[in-house]
Design a protein around this ligand. Structure first.
Ligand code: FE
Length: 353
């Protein structure tokens, strides 16, 4: 069995192949990488070894070779734009609906009509025109310090402006797309004016100016720098599963709360993919997406980043399942993108750094 090829792009060096997982001669490999034939070329913002094993299974099952270029989503989008109609990229894989929307805005995505995809992926987790499909989902939850907070103190995202949380909330910057998508979902639920007022109150309750990623917020809550953090579920699952005792201790000190259970549900986001307009291997690209929504692929792909499968009835990783069942906000994920420019303006005006 031949391994799928995997190329990493270094930051700021979009045209340079800086490493290859199993090939010692990147230049030659890179020339071969995009050859025509039974092949599908993924430009992916995901970086998990389990994804690789999945690509190999697809290769074994179909004879279609999978090549992967990995980089940050914005870098991949720029590269695809630069390559134009000559781009070898068949699929763009990202870790947030907002980024797929950016690709859509750049007119890079091709509508796909597949009954397999439409049946497997719930409507709210795919683009209405078939420009992209969610492949896994994650919830943006409240992580609380178990010594200082009882779940009964918590209810909704909206209630995080309450004065009782003054100086107690930790979150990463609003330059992060997860927060932009959360704000976009709140604009849809409550309108722009109420959302702006909410951001102002939320910022007033910050324990410190935003710094670090979701993991940093969870650690700060465990260390008592504040009572609550906003984080995606997989960041906590990672800490629970970590080999480091320090991480395990952090995980033991915090609890997960799913907000808005008595109204619209908890905000969720997706990792997803879309077929590119310039794709030289469209049929293979669609076949790849259809494979990714098979129950077996769903289980592995979701586990790779401790996420939830999008397909109903697929087994959830036990650590993730232990967070509990919850009601999801079923707002179509495409709205996060549509509301993104307004979300950015609101965060800027309301002082969410
Ligand atoms: Fe993340």
């Amino acid at each position: 069995m031949k391994l799928s090829r995997r190329v990493f792009l270094g930051a700021g060096t979009a045209a340079t192949v800086v490493a290859l997982s199993e090939l010692s001669r990147p230049r030659r490999a890179s020339a071969q990488l995009f050859r025509r034939g039974p092949v599908v070329n993924l430009y992916s913002a995901r970086h998990y070894d389990t994804d690789e094993s999945l690509y190999e299974s697809f290769q074994d099952a179909t004879g279609i070779r999978v090549n992967v270029v990995e980089a940050e989503a914005d870098q991949l989008i720029e590269r695809i734009k630069g390559e134009g109609t000559n781009s070898p990229a068949d699929l763009l894989v990202t870790v947030d609906a907002g980024r797929l929307w950016r690709a859509e805005q750049e007119n890079l995505l091709e509508p796909v009509s597949s009954s397999i995809l439409n049946q497997a992926v719930p409507e709210y987790l795919r683009d209405p025109e078939g420009l992209w499909f969610g492949l896994t989902k994650r919830a943006r939850v409240i992580v609380y310090n178990k010594e200082r907070v009882s779940p009964s103190d918590l209810s909704t995202y909206e209630a995080l402006t309450d004065a009782k949380w003054r100086g107690q909330i930790l979150t990463r910057s609003s330059t992060n797309i997860y927060n932009q998508s959360l704000v976009g979902s709140m604009i849809a639920a409550n309108g722009a004016a109420d959302t702006e007022a909410w951001v102002r109150g939320f910022v007033e309750n910050f324990a410190r100016p935003p710094e670090g990623n979701d993991t940093a917020q969870i650690k700060a809550v465990a260390a008592g720098q504040g009572d609550l953090a906003i984080a995606n579920t997989y960041y906590l699952a990672r800490l629970v599963k970590s080999d480091s005792r320090e991480d395990q201790e952090v995980a033991s000190k915090v609890g997960v709360f799913f907000p808005n259970q008595s109204d619209r549900g908890t905000h969720i986001n997706i990792s997803g993919a879309g077929v590119l307009k310039s794709s030289p291997n469209k049929a293979a690209a669609i076949q790849f997406l259809e494979y990714m929504v098979s129950p077996e692929a769903q289980r592995i792909f979701a586990e790779g980043n401790n996420e939830y499968p999008v397909v109903e009835g697929v087994e959830i990783d036990s650590v993730v399942a232990d967070f509990g069942e919850f009601k999801e906000d079923t707002l179509n994920a495409s709205v996060y993108g549509e509301n993104n420019p307004e979300a950015l303006q609101i965060c800027d005006r309301a002082g969410w750094k």
